[in-house]
Design a protein around this ligand. Sequence first.
Ligand code: SF4
Ligand code: SF4
Length: 433
Amino acid sequence: MEKENKNLPEGDVKKTIQIDINTLNACVQCGLCKTVCPTYNVEFDEAYSPRGRILLAKSLVDGKLQLTPEVAKRWDECTLCRNCENICPNGVEYKELLVHVREEVNKNLGKDWIKYIGLKSLTFQGSKIQKLFLKAGSLISKLVLGKKNTLPMFFPTGAVKFFPKPRWDAQSLRGKIFFPLGKPKATVLFFPGCMYENFYVDTAKNVIRLLQKLGYRVIVPDQTTCCGGPHYYSGFVEMFEQLKEKNLKVFNRIREKYPIEALVVVCPTGGGTFKEEYKLDLPVLELVEILNRELEEIPSPKEEKVTIHYPCHSYTAMKMDISLFDRVVEKTRGAKLVKGELNKSCCGFAGMFSIKNPTLSDKILKRKMEDFAATGAEKILTSCPGCVLQLNEGTIKFGKNLEVQHIADFVASKLLTKEEIEKLDTLVEELKL
Ligand code: SF4
Ligand code: SF4
């Protein structure tokens, strides 16, 4: 049942939102969600809490408030980490609620151009023009930055993000089949996602090598685009649907020819989007789930103290059991896992959130970095490209002497020899459909 705002003067009717009142009423205002909300835990203000954001939506639907940019900003300041949804005893569907609220805001208050341009640029993922753009970016950043690995990017919102340099070989893994050493035990699709394809190519290569080593034939599709997760979460649902349709066509074409047993991801937002919004009739697996099942204990000479950041969407969207991350790290006998108290708390990246809300994002990040530093670990492990980017930025902005490493790179560094990598990298063919 939808409730329309009847109390506003004529002409202002659009300055409201339409939301399923049952979704709003499911919130009984207990406030438990505040304990896990990253924005509330740095601002300590109800307006920055999940409960406050739900109440705000209710006030609009009830006609007590009008939709203004100031009101919309409160919803924009949510990372959509979904920790509130995860802990809520009443099953409030917070993600669906906020996506719908944001969609209504986009319709009624007009486009947020910064968000729109950022999200629109992701729809070019995989296109020729984008590849050329990345190559140019790679050359320029090499000339300007030399051997430095990070490229500071300044945004009109005041945000400064430290991106890795664009790679010359960006998207070079597309349209290929990678083979294991022996007979393949199964064939899987690997969807690297925008950030791995454009910036973290070495991590994507390590994911493929680990799967090859474990006996899988790995197909990296061509002609796919962004998964659309960032678009969906920002309320650009139409744009999301277009991306979904394009990706599904590619997946289906591949599945007509190859017996695909799972879609493998290392981006939990993408994985969650495939599971929840694509509703694929195919298991969607995070690499860690496969490593946990199939990896034998890795003897490793160096005793390293490592800590971990569990990416929110791995357990809130993909519904992963986070103890799998621990088990994979613990299989590396040379690593000692020391956990911080905030290991499940959002890092403050959340895509467009950190660009739109730099001060809030930095506060969340600083709190995280202090928690990591208190563990005495040398290294932070995680499994999300956005978290890798954000935590690296944390080491630059807040001067913590910690290395950030993707769990795939960590395991590959312990498991694969140089000779093995050279051999595995030759076991590749073009994907012909
Ligand atoms: S935990 Fe759930 S029911 Fe309680 S205030 Fe938060 S959203 Fe509402
Ligand atoms: S999604 Fe995350 S940031 Fe947003 S209200 Fe819920 S816990 Fe807070």
